[in-house]
Design a protein around this ligand. Structure first.
Ligand code: UD1
Length: 426
């Protein structure tokens, strides 16, 4: 068991550097099996999701090793196509291996992917899209069993701009015969970064960041040395923490344009935001005024920062309204925040807050990754001691969160019982 123990209050001041983006690195790890040559992912974060993905790759005969912070993947000896069920269940991103395995070994077998329980999270859009490329599915009831003779380029219009389905389609089309056109694709910065990564391996991809991506299949891909983009969600988490506690924090390794939905939302509120190159400097003295946020696919407000802005709404002055449109069960953190004194009501889609002067510390439980991060921020801003139990959810996506916040002046530590391994250990 792991938990965060937080003594709330106090300003945050200093500098913090974010890791490479979890949601960029995970599909890249799947993409690394598309060549027999070495793929080096620079500054790869040693977070739990990455470590589980590494275990999956190793189970398929792929060699993976860390050299300090760089991850080296060599899939020349890949000899499997079945992803172990227990590992699939731990990680939503195991689904990316569907497209990558179909490209590389023409078949795949896996249990339904796990991940945060923030909604149904079906993979129907992935399956329909892969069928367009010629993939035969033999079972999609209890597990996914599929194969393909030859992947053939096709025109595919996604029913929803799903991040995962777009990435799966990219991974399955880069080595296909002919051209694939993906309409209504996701435009998230991590999708763009996956395109850049695949291009650095020799793929021909155009149009990422717009509604339509075109992929011209190539015969082979080669190795690469690639530095993924910084994690905008990690950056956004420190940004919102500074709004809650006040202070002056410089966040580096994150391009401000990838955080525009957050910056635009608060730049006319009470804080001051300066940006240059890959740095965001945020200065916050006064309480944020009540605000509205509606999550939606990029370039709208990211659902992965919804729980963190809920923590902010709890202590904003006045009324705030937060609407979640991406996942149908993503307010799992709210009952916990209410136990900390939040004045909030919510249904499945919308939460309405009357900001309180301050939250008070409590014993709360993280139910999912970003919800857990939201509770950490609530605890940082609260009076007294907060314990955020089940911190393993948070450690799936944040590297050394407690240490980084401590370096900004927060009083927070990660406590684990004797039987729990350090999550950064392989
Ligand atoms: C990715 C991110 C996650 C983020 C989410 C939305 C990774 C590893 N995870 O998740 O952090 O919160 O994007 O920005 O990159 N849907 C279907 N059928 C499908 C696929 C999706 O109905 O086949 C629905 C989902 O249930 C959800 C919505 O579409 O309601 C968005 O899902 P999607 O964009 O696919 O998110 P993920 O790729 O799972």
């Amino acid at each position: 068991m792991e938990k965060f123990v937080i003594n709330g209050g106090g300003r945050l001041d200093g500098k913090v550097r974010v890791e490479s983006a979890k949601n960029a690195v995970l599909p890249m790890l799947a993409g690394a099996i598309l060549t027999s040559e070495d793929v080096v992912i620079k500054n790869c974060p040693k977070i739990r999701d990455v470590l589980v993905m590494i275990k999956i790759l190793k189970s398929l005969g792929v060699k993976v090793k860390f050299e300090t912070n760089d991850l080296i993947v060599n899939a020349s000896g890949i000899n499997g196509y079945i992803i172990p069920s227990d590992l699939c269940g731990e990680l939503r991103s195991s689904v990316f291996l569907l497209g990558a395995l179909l490209s590389r070994v023409k078949r795949a077998e896996m249990a339904f992917p796990g991940g945060c329980k923030i909604g149904e999270r079906p993979i129907d859009i992935h399956i329909v899209a892969l069928k367009y490329l010629g993939v035969d599915f033999f079972d999609i009831s209890t597990k996914i069993v599929c194969s393909v003779k030859t992947l053939k380029g096709a025109k595919v219009c996604l029913a929803y701009p799903s991040v995962g389905a777009t990435e799966n389609l990219l991974l399955s089309s880069v080595l296909a015969n002919g051209t694939t056109v993906i309409k209504n694709c996701a435009k998230e910065p991590e999708v763009k970064d996956l395109c850049s990564f695949l291009r650095s391996m020799g793929a021909k991809i155009f149009g990422e960041g717009t509604d339509t991506i075109t992929v011209e299949g190539v015969k082979r891909l080669h190795g690469t040395v690639y530095t993924p983009i910084g994690d905008r969600i990690e950056a956004g988490t420190y940004f919102i923490a500074t709004l809650i506690n006040g202070g002056m924090v410089e966040i580096s390794n994150c391009f401000p344009q990838n955080l525009l939905p957050l910056i635009d939302k608060f730049c006319y509120n009470t804080c001051k935001i300066n940006t240059f190159n890959d740095i965001i400097l945020i200065t916050s003295k006064n309480k944020v005024k009540g605000f509205t946020v509606t999550t939606a696919p990029h370039p709208a407000f990211p659902t992965d920062l919804q729980a963190q802005v809920c923590a902010l709404a709890c202590v904003a002055s006045g009324c705030s309204v937060i609407t979640e449109t991406v996942f149908e069960n993503r307010f799992l953190h709210l009952p916990e925040m209410i136990r900390m004194g939040a004045d909030a009501v919510f249904d499945g889609k919308r939460a309405v807050f009357n900001g309180v002067k301050s939250l008070h510390g409590a014993n709360v439980f993280a139910k999912d990754l970003r919800g857990g991060a939201g509770l950490v921020l609530a605890g940082l801003g609260a009076e007294g001691k907060t314990v955020v139990n089940d911190a393993m959810h948070v450690n799936r996506g944040y590297y050394k969160l407690a240490e980084k916040l401590t370096s900004l002046g927060a009083d927070i530590k990660l406590v684990r019982d004797r039987n729990t391994k350090e999550c950064y250990e392989e």
